[in-house]
Design a protein around this ligand. Sequence first.
Ligand SMILES: C[S@@+](CC[C@H](N)C(=O)[O-])C[C@H]1O[C@@H](n2cnc3c(N)ncnc32)[C@H](O)[C@@H]1O
Length: 251
Amino acid sequence: MNEPTSPTTHFGFKSVPAEQKVAMVADVFHSVAAKYDIMNDVMSMGIHRLWKRFTIDCSGVRPGQQVLDLAGGTGDIAALFSKRVGPSGKVVLADINESMLNVGRDKLRDLGIINNIEFVQANAEALPFTDNSFDIISIGFGLRNVTDKDAALRSMFRVLKPGGRLLVLEFSKPTHDWLSKAYDVYSFRLLPFMGQLIANDKESYQYLAESIRMHPDQETLKQMMVEAGFAEVTYHNLTGGIVALHRGYKF
Ligand SMILES: C[S@@+](CC[C@H](N)C(=O)[O-])C[C@H]1O[C@@H](n2cnc3c(N)ncnc32)[C@H](O)[C@@H]1O
């Protein structure tokens, strides 16, 4: 008789038992946390700041609203939301990784913008919030790392208020062949090299490049959001589709 096999998933290009992925992703972010911000600026030549600002602009956020920045890491997106919701609103920065949360908390405290931000350690697949809690949910460069993305999208749908919107900012599929080829060279040759040079960590940046390739493309992610219950799902390609911003509503 054959032994039952446990389900597998991908960790970059590797196939791993699904229950191991969360620990492997945790290792990556524990390892990169201290150098995460500087690596982001170097790798994207600062362009990640524009992608994040565009996300806020598309969120329709207003003073007094409740925002969840999921997989919020070192807090760039939460900081932008914090200014927009003001003292009468609240931003919950949730992330599974304690090291990333610690770096984020210290950074936002130094910037003096911590008053309306709450930090919560949580897995996107099983959010510890009551139904219909948030006006807006954002997840920036986080969904790619989640083992069960469908469960995470359903969890986000549950905690979003009716009328609320979800914004998924994530690496995606370049829209032109030439860009795709250039981006491949950049991702697989330069990224791990820069990871080694700046963060002394080649493997984590090799994982980053591989995880980007394994992430669902624009249309697939759109369909996943529809299946999780989101309505009027649209996406906007940024920097030639290297990144896409998906937006969907809960009605
Ligand atoms: C690439 S960082 C993005 C951080 C931040 N949103 C930004 O755009 O700079 C990905 C984050 O996702 C978090 N993450 C990975 N898996 C997660 C999960 N299952 N639930 C919540 N957060 C998760 C990681 O800990 C990490 O902080």
